[in-house]
Design a protein around this ligand. Structure first.
Ligand SMILES: [Fe+2]
Length: 278
C-alpha cells in the first residue's frame, strides 16, 4: 500500500498548492493523509477547507494544537471520522484521535492515529500512553500511521523509538521545517518533520515583516499569512502489512499562480493577533 502524508497545509497558498498537487498525484497512492490544522489563515480549519481537501483527494485530515481555533471544527469532528484531533486530549473532548479506514480499491484497511507532544507545548495527557491505548484496540494486521504533532525533535525521536516495530510509520508534524532524517527502523518508517505545505519563503507560513518586527522591536504585531510561490512538503510511505518498506521525501513546487493573491484577503481576517502559528 502506498500512503502519501502531506505536511501542515498553511493558509490560502497552502490550500491551493495542496489541492493542485493532490489532483495531479492522487492516483499514485492508495491512501492520503493531510495535516490541515493551519488551513484557515494559519489558525485551525473550517468546514470549507476540510471539504476542499477531501474533494482534492485527502482520505483523512489531521489537526493539532490549532485544531479547534475555528469554532466550527468542534462540530465538524463530531460529524465525520475523517477529521482527527490528537488522541491525548482529555477524555470528553469532541472528536476522535484515531480511526480505522477502508482503503478503496486496495481491499485493505489502515489506521491513522494522531498524538500531540508535551515539550514546549500546552499540557496534554500522555501521548505515549494514548498511542499505546489505541494500538491495543487496532488489529495486528492493520497498518498504522501515526501523526506525531510536536515541537521538540527529541520527543518525536523518542516516539519513533517507542513505536518502532509496532506501527507502520511515525510522521512528525508541527514545526513546518522538514528534516532529512527519514528512515525505516525495525519496520517502522520515521521522519521528525514532514515540513509545511505553503509559502516556504516565510516565517513558518507567516509573512516575514511582522514577525521580524516583533523579534527586533519587541512590539505586538498582528501576523499575516505570507503570499507567494508555494510548495507541498510530503512523504510517501510504502507499507506491507504492519511493516513499512520505504519512506521518501517529496517536494512539489506549484506554479506561480498557485500562490495566494492579495486580492482575496481571506486569510487576513483569521489572524491570531500575534499568536504563534504552527
Ligand atoms: Fe501545530
Amino acid at each position: 500500500m502506498r500512503v502519501l502524508f502531506v505536511g501542515d497545509v498553511f493558509a490560502t497558498p497552502g490550500m491551493r498548492v495542496a489541492s493542485a498537487c493532490l489532483r495531479q498525484v492522487r492516483g499514485e497512492y492508495d491512501f492520503v493523509i493531510v495535516n490541515g490544522e493551519n488551513a484557515a489563515g494559519g489558525f485551525g480549519i473550517t468546514r470549507k477547507h476540510f471539504e476542499q481537501l477531501r474533494e482534492a483527494g485527502a482520505d483523512v485530515v489531521t489537526l493539532g494544537n490549532h485544531g479547534f481555533d475555528q469554532a466550527e471544527a468542534l462540530t465538524l469532528v463530531e460529524e465525520t471520522t475523517r477529521l482527527l484531533r490528537p488522541a491525548n486530549y482529555p477524555p470528553g473532548t469532541p472528536g476522535l484521535g484515531w480511526a480505522i479506514y477502508d482503503v478503496v480499491g486496495a481491499g485493505a484497511r489502515v489506521a491513522v492515529v494522531q498524538v500531540m507532544g508535551r515539550v514546549f507545548m500546552e499540557a496534554m495527557d500522555d501521548p505515549f500512553r494514548a498511542v499505546d491505548d489505541a494500538l491495543e484496540r487496532i488489529p495486528d494486521d492493520v497498518p498504522v500511521i501515526v501523526d506525531m504533532h510536536a515541537e521538540a525533535t527529541s520527543e518525536k525521536k523518542v516516539m519513533g523509538y517507542h513505536l518502532a516495530g509496532r506501527v507502520s510509520a511515525v510522521i512528525g508534524t508541527h514545526t513546518h521545517v522538514p528534516t532529512a532524517d527519514e528512515t525505516v527502523f525495525r519496520g517502522t518508517a520515521y521522519i521528525t518533520d514532514v515540513g509545511m505545505t505553503g509559502v516556504q519563503a516565510s516565517s513558518i507560513g507567516m509573512a516575514f515583516e511582522e514577525v521580524h518586527d516583533r523579534f527586533v522591536h519587541k512590539l505586538p504585531r498582528r501576523f499575516r499569512p505570507a503570499h507567494g510561490p508555494a510548495s507541498v512538503m510530503a512523504v510517501a510511505v510504502e507499507v506491507e502489512g504492519r511493516r513499512a518498506t520505504s519512506i521518501r521525501r517529496i517536494r512539489w513546487d506549484g506554479p506561480q499562480h498557485a500562490a495566494g493573491d492579495a486580492s482575496d484577503g481571506e486569510d487576513e481576517h483569521r489572524g491570531g493577533g500575534g499568536r504563534r502559528p504552527a
